[in-house]
Design a protein around this ligand. Sequence first.
Ligand code: SF4
Length: 541
Amino acid sequence: MSNREYDVQTSHGCRAAGHPTRRAESALGGPAGLSGREGASSRLDKPTGPHGRSHAARWAGRPTARYGAVPDDRPRECCGLFGLWGDAEAARHTYFGLYALQHRGQEAAGIAASDGRRLRLHKGPGLVSQVFASPAALEGLPGAAAIGHNRYSTTGASSVRNAQPILIESKRGQLAAAHNGNFVNAAALRRSMEADGSIFQTTTDSEAVLHLVARSRQDALPDAIEESLRQVVGAYAFLFLSPEMLVAVRDPFGWRPLCFGRLGEAPVVASESCALDILQAEYVRSLAPGEMLVVDSGGVHSRRLPAAPRQASCIFEFIYFARPDSRIFGEKADKIRRAFGRRLAEEAPADADIVVAVPDSANTAALGYAERAGLRFEIGLIRNHYVGRTFISPCQHERDVDVRVKFNPVAGVLRGKRVVVVEDSIVRGTTLRKLIRLVRGAGAAEVHVRVSSPPIGCPCFYGIDMSTREELIASEHTVEEIRDFIGADSLRYLSVEGMLGVVPDPAAMCTACFTGDYPTQVPADFHKDPFERSGKASAES
Ligand code: SF4
């Protein structure tokens, strides 16, 4: 199928819809006049916008409010990949690599291993430690090659059948695959393949590529993979494992990170370099956009897919997703993230006493902010690391109990202080609003919020779970309205220019969720779970 055959909109229109930083007047009739302090009602609590419901009301039905799940008002990671070839402990090393990449996906984990003759697979829902809790799980994965995957569901619902790696048997023999990213033509691709008789086991977009590879008339597996990936539009880092070879590939735009290293003589690939560090493996380099590494008994061979019109590496990896101790796209995430904080301090100073981060993801940017602002960095919020995403509150009547389960303010640090709270990004603003109430409740005299990225006004179609405008408070509201909603004394964001000013190659970055400048056309009917909604594959396995 060619790219022309899928349904595209010629202009996404996100920018035309009005980016909040460009609007001089509030959509609600001018700057909000309410204090936003504890007990004050917010204008965003009132019906507003084309949906006829307030931002808070639209989210009231989400799991956070209804079931008391731990609030997770932030962009969700995509997935984590790890692969290794030529070490007798391949599955065990992959297990540790997945441990280091746990932040990229907590819904499911899995490892496929090759002993040179056949592949074996173990996967399931939950954290790596849960999926591989039994020693028998790793003992059942013998062989010198393995690929592993941590899943967060960016396409396809969160369910056991969608855990990866996906393993298929075809006329080529066995093939396993693990994918990080999202195809924007996934629905059209799948419809076309189902019309041709393909039967899908999962509701992920990743499986379509396996079907294409299985159908390919190319003799060599790397050729079949390349032929298949040429039919895909969108973001991917892919690992494939057959009994004879491991193939690692990044999409030609370079959205998702993938690095190459060595554990002794054994080639290793991983989404982030922190997965190499845990094994004391040597970091060699980032795979180039469109690069395919083929690893087999003959060594490591590099080849390229046809070039994309431009490079578009996800700048959100630097802002939030990647661990600060990782290298991604060849750069140290800590260095870039700290520079975002410094630039934010230059652009948006605050008359304050201390700087506090929303832990843990804003810690590094907050350090940069404090350093450049000449303010003391304090640990003013403590995060409980033992809370999973499925916490069910037995006491929903208690105000903000969901956020208090996860964060606790340090009253001795905050009392009487004018506090700068540094956050890395704002998606809905609902959790930040509660956090600010906690900080004020602990006695802070003033709360000034500084965000180390620009307002997120547009959806992401490339593997980050913010695929509708309704999820984004900045898509419909001005900075002043958001300030009022979260209850801060002031709110400032890093500018797009400031953000791009600290990355080494600004033209190589995707910034679509901030600017509406999409590197590809996207389907007008894009949805995160297109195959669930269409009623396909409804039986849970
Ligand atoms: S739209 Fe935003 S989150 Fe999505 S790939 Fe681009 S920069 Fe990353």
